[in-house]
Design a protein around this ligand. Structure first.
Ligand SMILES: CC(C)(COP(=O)(O)OP(=O)(O)OC[C@H]1O[C@@H](n2cnc3c(N)ncnc32)[C@H](O)[C@@H]1OP(=O)(O)O)[C@@H](O)C(=O)NCCC(=O)NCCS
Length: 135
């Protein structure tokens, strides 16, 4: 059976955190309760891919959208042993469909993955509080 993509529920949090930890996304794992709140914050669409009888979390996408036009991918990750099966593309497709918006922007460390879906490419930045002198 291929992994199923379902809406995120709080019982998926540990599995999602494990995926984030595997990528060393420290900001997303340092305060699990905060991440749990962020995944279900207003405007967020979070889906997980679950696999096996125990419904292990093998993938996640966390998208934010205005519900009308624009979305942004906050995080997408697929477990290492599940990659290359189309799960990443399905997570993007299903999350975009769930938001109902026209387009989704993102910053990328996986250009070839996104390049399979579109030729529309822009440069991006990430500005932190520290960058602008906030504590
Ligand atoms: C990016 C990611 C979500 C893709 O998930 P996936 O389930 O493997 O995606 P798909 O199977 O739909 O597509 C994978 C295809 O993309 C292409 N690809 C090329 N470069 C890639 C890259 N750096 N990362 C992922 N896929 C890449 C490959 O052609 C691959 O197909 P192949 O396995 O036949 O070579 C997954 O690799 C991942 O979790 N990476 C670590 C976290 C990460 O980088 N997230 C994105 C942050 S911007």
């Amino acid at each position: 059976m291929p992994a199923a993509i379902v809406p995120y529920r709080p019982e998926h949090l540990d599995g999602v955190l494990a995926l984030f930890a595997a990528e060393r996304w420290l900001t997303l794992i340092e305060d699990p309760a905060r991440t749990g709140r962020a995944l279900v914050a207003p405007g967020c669409t979070t889906l997980v891919a679950v696999d096996g009888p125990d419904e292990d979390v093998v993938g996640v996408i966390w998208m934010q959208s205005d519900g009308e036009i624009q979305a942004h991918v906050s995080a997408i990750a697929v477990g290492r042993d599940q990659r290359g099966k189309g799960l990443g593309r399905s997570l993007i497709t299903e999350a975009l469909d769930a938001t109902g918006v026209t387009r989704v922007d993102l910053i990328s460390v996986a250009d070839e993955f996104y390049g399979q879906m579109t030729e529309r490419r822009f440069q991006g930045f990430r500005i932190t509080r520290g960058d602008v002198g906030l504590g």
